[in-house]
Design a binder for this molecule. Structure first.
Ligand SMILES: Nc1ncnc2c1ncn2[C@@H]1O[C@H](COP(=O)(O)OP(=O)(O)O)[C@@H](O)[C@H]1O
Ligand SMILES: [Mg+2]
Length: 366
């Protein structure tokens, strides 16, 4: 069992004169027992620092960290029931795969027969049973990463921490390893905390995602919450590929409705989206996939195609409209050529609207 709670936790590296800025500031987070929680954000936002505080590898400057109801701030790393997998794998080059996986158990004086049972079981599950006699240098990147996972698995920890474990793998292997890590979580009944800067990885793996920026939490929610109902422009633009289109304009209240206006555009907004006053400076968020080609019918968004970029399953268009370039997704067989004037219809419920000054969502209840 491990529920992990951060209560107003801050971390500052160094002390006295050399103390730097907060790497993490005012962190409040309640991680449920056996949850798969992903910490997502750009490089330097405090993800590893947060993970290392759970592991006991970094001291906590202010606030409290609890496992279940026990305060952990001063509990040393080796007394926490935690295993960690790093991006760099951190394998011992002169030990065999078997001994690399067994290492943590030997340190804890687990009986030989039990070590053998656990290592062989983990190796089987990770499909590296035939590699147990090899050295790390005789393995591929993906195999090394499995050894690192195996070493953490055999500890049967109640908390499993992973810091960008797939970053060194090539793209196709990353996708298959995601599925394996999901599977591992289903089998292990541990609390997983997983760090990544890769939004696609976070959306695939997480029960809940914590989006961080500049040492602070931006939003906590299910992948669906984070993607469909981003609370800030930062979150909206960090998730999704290509990045969400952000269009500056003003909000007008007229004819009993709210309208997004920019130049000649006038877009009727659903009432729940637009909790702002007449004349407010707002930013419209439009994801590439949330448009349809209007054909000969009426269009919400007239544009001129600048670039057409086939990408296998779909086609991305760079279009010019009201002085701005937007990236939009259309069917791969849509017949559009560079230079064409085309119209798009939008689904109002799928639009996002933000206060341009604060960057906060204007969706009611956000
Ligand atoms: N050992 C350290 N000493 C001083 N500053 C550090 C140390 N580790 C990290 N930092 C700083 O703390 C901030 C957060 O870093 P980190 O948690 O590693 O971010 P992330 O894992 O999200 O890339 C960064 O500004 C980084 O430079
Ligand atoms: Mg990091």
């Amino acid at each position: 069992m491990a529920r992990i709670r951060f209560q107003s936790v801050s971390k500052r590296y160094g002390s006295g004169q050399s103390a730097g800025q907060f790497a993490v500031e005012g962190l409040d987070l309640d991680i449920r027992d056996q949850e798969f929680l992903v910490l997502l954000g750009p490089s330097g936002c405090g993800k590893s620092t947060t993970l290392n505080m759970i592991a006991g590898l970094e001291e906590i400057t202010e606030g409290a960290l609890l496992f279940d109801d026990q305060v952990m701030n001063n509990v040393p790393a080796h007394k926490r029931d935690v295993a960690m997998v790093f991006q760099s794998y951190a394998l011992y080059p002169h030990k065999s795969v078997f001994e690399n996986i067994a290492f943590g158990l030997r340190m804890r004086k687990v009986a030989e027969a039990e070590i053998k049972r656990r290592v062989e079981d983990a190796a089987q599950r990770l499909e590296i049973a035939h590699l147990l006699a090899r050295r790390p240098s005789q393995l591929s990147g993906g195999q090394r990463q499995r050894v690192a996972l195996g070493r953490a698995m055999v500890r049967e920890p109640s908390v499993f921490l992973m810091d960008e474990p797939l970053s060194n793998l090539d793209a196709s292997l990353r996708i298959s390893m995601r599925a394996e890590i999901r599977h591992l979580h289903a089998q292990m009944r541990s609390t997983f905390v997983y760090v990544t800067h890769d939004q696609a990885e976070a959306l695939t793996l997480a029960d809940r995602i914590v989006v961080m920026n500049g040492g602070r939490i931006q939003q906590i929610g299910t992948p669906d919450d984070i993607y469909e109902r981003p609370q800030t422009i930062f979150v909206a633009s960090f998730l999704g590929s290509p990045a969400i289109n952000l269009i500056e304009g003003t909000l007008a209240r007229a004819d009993g409705a709210a309208w997004f206006c920019r130049g000649a555009w006038r877009l009727r907004l659903p009432p729940e989206l637009a909790s702002a006053a007449d004349g407010a400076a707002v930013t419209l968020g439009l994801r590439a996939e949330d448009v349809q080609l209007a054909g000969d019918g009426p269009a919400d968004l007239p544009a001129v195609v600048e670039t057409a970029m086939p990408s296998g399953a779909d086609q991305y268009l760079g279009v010019r409209s009201e002085g701005q370039t937007l990236y939009l997704r259309v069917a791969k067989d849509a017949r559009v050529r560079e230079g064409d004037a085309v119209g798009f219809t939008l689904t109002p419920q799928r639009l996002h609207l933000f206060d341009s000054q604060t960057g906060r969502s204007l969706r009611a209840g956000a």
